[in-house]
Design a protein around this ligand. Structure first.
Ligand SMILES: N[C@@H](CCC(=O)N[C@@H](CS)C(=O)NCC(=O)O)C(=O)O
Length: 210
């Protein structure tokens, strides 16, 4: 059975977890406490050389790091993988965009705003810079989603799951969803897709049966 190593509350860990729910793929979940540094323990580094979560181990024992690589692996041959060559390239474009223009800024702003709020005061300047850079990416995303149901014309796909991971919790990073109206409507559409499970449910169960 597939095994997913993840921590609570992480948008990156949420992505493969949600995809496995929506694709009805059974898996076991192992929680890693990154606040305690468990991701740097020798035991975990032997499993995940990148020393971060998420990490996914396939049924044949192959380890996959990077949440968007996991989405690619999980979605192959399914309705979540775009059907055309162009669609797959477009999906990759938005998945790289998510990792370069959104996640690196929304995630730390959220971390020091919501997850470790006692450190917020010391990081005010960093948070403001992360928010300003995230706003540039979110504005581009908002323009892209204006008049579209999902990231790609072909319908709901792994490009949506990748982008949703951190964008749907942007308010926890001190940003305002009202500033990105097309993004807000898309978030509601993604949350209404079949088999959707909220991030708050990650970790409630230690496995998912078929
Ligand atoms: N680009 C990676 C990011 C992985 C990442 O930075 N994970 C965070 C949790 S969301 C982590 O493990 N942080 C602890 C650390 O860097 O030591 C992905 O998409 O999977």
């Amino acid at each position: 059975m597939i095994r997913l190593y993840a921590c609570l509350g992480s948008g990156n860990c949420f992505k493969p977890w949600l995809a496995m729910h929506q694709l009805d793929i059974p898996f076991e979940l192992e929680l890693i406490d990154v606040l305690k540094g468990e991701q740097k323990s020798p035991d975990y580094l032997a499993i995940s050389p990148l020393g971060v979560v998420p990490h996914l181990v396939t049924e044949t024992g192959c380890g996959i790091g990077e949440s968007n690589a996991m989405l690619w692996y999980l979605a192959e041959g399914s309705h979540l993988m775009p059907a055309t060559r162009e669609g797959r390239a477009e999906a990759l474009q938005w998945m790289f965009f998510e990792q370069s223009k959104l996640e690196p800024f929304i995630s730390p702003a959220r971390f020091f705003t919501t997850i470790l709020p006692d450190q917020r005061a010391a990081r005010e300047q960093d948070i403001a810079a992360w928010q300003a850079t995230a706003d540039v990416g979110l504005s581009r995303l908002d323009a892209h989603l204006d008049g579209r149901d999902f990231m790609l014309h072909g319908g709901y796909s792994i490009a949506d799951i990748a982008t949703f991971g951190y964008v749907h919790v942007l308010e926890e990073a001190g940003l305002a969803m009202a500033d990105y109206p097309a993004v807000g409507q898309w978030v509601d559409r993604v949350a209404a897709t079949e088999g959707f499970q909220p991030l708050s449910d990650l970790g409630q169960a230690k496995s998912k049966a078929a």
